[in-house]
Design a protein around this ligand. Structure first.
Ligand SMILES: [Zn+2]
Length: 240
């Protein structure tokens, strides 16, 4: 009898999913084409990702940019190149402005796979998401950098530590000029009550996009005060 009940309910459940898939099929988050239920992005869109080779390339353009800003050597990598109309731009828009939390997780999983394959990224202890100001996080319902970290740990052996706090709500970086962005970013972070965990550890700061590098440089300099052994930077995309 129990066996009958179990198979009966399993059949009902299967039927329900079939109807659901028919009425509301899963769609590619970028182009809207119907995809296999477990895929977030279709094969065609996936083939358009413009990957960087930064994970395996020391002193890549991203590291040069951070060196100019902080005067320090910081291992850094972005998974892909950001263009507003390209795939990276549409993915970032989806998780920043259209409540697609799952896209940030997807971006993180892509990064996690890349990091797990690169020798240069072995032996790290923590990923640290760039925090949002709490009022902005409340508006959005989540912090996309934290979601990216959650995706990363699915494929890369590391733990998440939210060692940073956002001190003030800053103006949206996209609307500011280059030097204004740097002024805007300075002093915006402080160490959280978890910061003692990262002392003497090798950490990776995670954000969605690196443009001028001002925000990430400010975060790097703040984390140096926590006594990290090494601080690196990883983002989903990088702009010019
Ligand atoms: Zn697509």
């Amino acid at each position: 009898m129990i066996f009958f009940k179990t198979t009966f309910f399993a059949a009902i459940k299967r039927f329900f999913y079939l109807v659901w898939d028919f009425v509301m099929p899963a769609r590619c988050a970028v182009c809207g084409m119907v995809v296999d239920g477990k895929d977030v992005v279709c094969e065609k869109c996936l083939s358009q990702v413009m990957y960087t080779d930064f994970a395996a390339l020391p002193f890549n353009p991203m590291e040069q940019k951070l060196h100019r800003l902080t005067g320090q050597n910081t291992p850094a990598m972005a998974l892909c190149v950001y263009t507003h109309d390209g795939l990276a731009g549409r993915v970032v828009d989806a998780f920043k402005y259209h409540h697609r939390r799952d896209m940030a997780l997807w971006a993180g999983e892509m990064i996690g796979r890349e990091l797990s394959m690169a020798k240069r990224w072995e032996g790290y202890d923590y990923v640290i998401p760039i925090p949002l100001h709490h009022s902005r996080e409340k508006e959005r319902g989540y912090n996309q950098a934290m979601e990216i970290c959650q995706g990363i740990v699915h494929h890369y052996h590391i733990e998440i530590c939210d060692a940073l706090k956002r001190e003030s709500r800053t103006a949206a970086q996209a609307r500011l000029g280059r030097s204004e962005r740097w002024d805007n970013a300075r002093g915006i972070f402080r160490l959280s009550d978890k910061a003692h965990l990262v002392k003497g550890k090798r950490i990776i700061i995670v954000d969605d996009v690196l443009t001028t590098g001002a925000t990430l440089s400010a975060a790097l300099l703040t984390l140096k005060e926590a006594g990290v052994a090494q601080a690196s930077v990883v983002t989903f995309a990088t702009g010019e």
